[in-house]
Design a protein around this ligand. Structure first.
Ligand SMILES: Cc1ncc(COP(=O)(O)O)c(CNNC(=O)CNC(=O)c2ccccc2[N+](=O)[O-])c1O
Length: 389
C-alpha cells in the first residue's frame, strides 16, 4: 500500500518485485540489446514502445524504471524522463517543446549555463528569449508575446536565491496557453513540488540532493498528464539516456535524502544565523530568512530548506574574496552542491550573470552546508572572515 508520507515514499518507491527480483534494491540491469523469444514478444514490446517494459537500452531497463517510478511519485507527476545531467534535462526539456519562431520567458537569476543555452543555442535555432525579474509575479503578463511558448522558472534562483510567486505566474501562463517549466533542484521534490502549484514540468539536477554523494551526473524531468507523452517521446528521439549504474546510485541516494536534508537544513540555519550577526555581512539570502526576497512565498509554498544559501558582504574586492576563499579549510571551492560536503562559490558582482535586473549590492558568497560538524564550519568561516580585507 503506497503512502502519501514522503519519508515512507522515499524508502518504498521503485521497489516492485519486477525491479528487485526479491531483494531490497533493484537489480542493476545493464543493456543495449534486449533479446526476444518470439515475434509476438518483439511486436508487443514495440507496440508499448518500451513504456516500463524492456525494448532497447535507450528506453531503459528495470533499474531505470524503478528510478523513474520513484521520482514520478516524489514529484507527483505522470512520468519522469532521465538525462545525463541537469543541464541536459533543462536543454532537452526546452528543445522538446519549442521550434523556430517561438519565444520563451526566462527568469533573470537563472543558473548561468541555462542562460548560455538560451543565448547561444536556442538563439541560433530561431528561438528568442526574454529575461524577466525574479520578483515580477503576476506582472509577467507584460512580458508575454503572441509567440511565447514557455515560461521558465527557477525558484529559489541561483546564487541570489529569490523565491518566485509561482501560483500567480502559472495562473497568467495558463490564461495565455503558455506551458511552464521550473528548475526544482533546490526544492528536490521533498520540500517543493512544482506540479502541485500548477507547473507543467519539474526539472532537477539529480546530481545534487537526489544523488547526494557528489559522484553521479544526472538530470530528471517530471511532466504532468498533458505533457508527459511528448516529453517522453522527444527525450527518446533526442537520444537522452543514463546508465543503469547511475540510475542505481540515484535510487540509493533517494533512500537517505530526507534524513540528509534534515541535517543540511538544521546546520545551514545555524551557520546563517551566525553569519547574520557578523560585522562584515550585509544580509543573508536564505529562503527561510526574512532578508531573502520572496521569503513569504517560501513560507507559503515550501515544506523546508536545505544546505544552500548565500550571504552578501557590506564591501569587498576580488583580493579580499580570494584571501577569504584560500583560507577556508573544511569548506571547499567547487562547481556544484547537494552532496555531503560543504562548498563555497563567490561572485564580486552579478555582472554577466543577469541582464534584466541590476545588482548594486556587495559581493555574494554562496555556501552549501554539508554534513560536517557545525562548530567546525563556523570556526572555518570565522577564521576566513578575519582575512577578508
Ligand atoms: C539550479 C541548477 N540547475 C541545473 C544545474 C545543472 O546540473 P548539472 O551540473 O547536473 O548539469 C545546476 C548545477 N549547479 N552547479 C552550480 O551551481 C555550480 N556552478 C556551476 O555549475 C556554474 C556556474 C556558472 C558558470 C558555469 C558553471 N558550471 O560549472 O558549469 C544547478 O545549480
Amino acid at each position: 500500500m503506497s503512502s502519501k508520507n514522503k519519508n515512507t515514499q522515499l524508502v518504498s518507491s521503485g521497489r516492485k518485485k519486477a525491479y528487485t527480483h526479491g531483494v531490497v534494491n533493484p537489480v542493476v540491469q545493464r543493456a543495449s540489446t534486449i533479446v526476444f523469444d518470439s515475434v509476438a514478444d518483439l511486436k508487443n514490446a514495440a507496440k508499448t514502445r518500451g513504456d516500463k517494459t524492456l525494448f532497447y537500452g535507450r528506453r531503459g531497463t528495470s533499474t531505470h524504471f524503478a528510478l523513474q517510478e520513484a521520482i514520478t511519485e516524489l514529484e507527483g507527476g505522470e512520468g519522469c524522463a532521465l538525462y545525463p545531467c541537469g543541464a541536459a534535462a533543462i536543454s532537452q526539456a526546452l528543445l522538446s517543446f519549442v521550434k523556430a519562431g517561438d519565444h520563451i520567458l526566462m527568469v533573470d537569476n537563472v543558473y548561468e549555463p541555462t542562460r548560455d543555452f538560451c543565448d547561444k543555442i536556442l538563439a541560433g535555432l530561431g528561438i528568442t528569449t526574454t529575461y524577466y525579474p525574479p520578483t515580477i509575479g503576476a506582472g509577467i503578463k507584460e512580458y508575454i508575446q503572441p509567440n511565447t511558448k514557455v515560461l521558465f522558472l527557477e525558484s529559489p534562483g541561483s546564487i541570489t536565491m529569490e523565491i518566485q510567486d509561482v501560483p500567480a505566474m502559472v495562473k497568467v501562463a495558463n490564461e495565455h496557453n503558455i506551458m511552464t517549466m521550473l528548475d526544482n533542484t533546490y526544492g528536490n521534490g521533498l520540500h517543493y513540488r512544482p506540479l502541485e502549484h500548477g507547473v507543467d514540468i519539474s526539472i532537477q539536477a539529480a546530481t545534487k540532493y537526489i544523488v547526494g554523494h557528489s559522484d553521479v551526473m544526472m538530470g530528471v524531468a517530471v511532466a504532468n498528464k498533458k505533457y508527459w507523452p511528448t516529453l517522453r517521446e522527444q527525450s527518446y528521439l533526442l537520444g537522452q539516456c543514463t546508465s543503469a549504474d547511475d540510475a542505481y546510485l540515484a535510487l540509493r541516494g533517494l533512500r537517505t535524502m530526507a534524513v540528509r536534508l534534515n541535517q543540511h537544513e538544521k546546520a545551514a540555519i545555524e551557520v546563517a544565523k551566525w553569519l547574520e550577526q557578523h560585522e562584515l555581512v550585509d544580509h543573508i539570502r536564505h529562503p527561510a530568512f526574512e532578508t531573502c526576497p520572496g521569503h513569504d512565498f517560501f513560507k507559503r509554498d515550501f515544506d523546508g530548506s536545505n544546505g544552500l544559501f548565500s550571504f552578501v558582504m557590506k564591501t569587498g574586492n576580488q583580493k579580499a574574496i580570494d584571501a577569504f576563499l584560500d583560507s577556508l579549510e573544511h569548506i571547499k571551492m567547487g562547481f556544484s552542491w547537494g552532496g555531503f560536503e560543504s562548498l563555497v562559490t563567490a561572485n564580486l558582482t552579478m555582472k554577466g550573470l543577469r541582464s534584466k535586473t541590476g545588482w548594486d549590492l556587495g559581493p555574494v558568497i554562496r555556501l552549501h552546508i554539508g554534513l560536517e560538524d557545525v562548530d567546525d564550519l563556523i570556526n572555518d568561516l570565522s577564521q576566513a572572515l578575519k582575512v577578508y580585507q
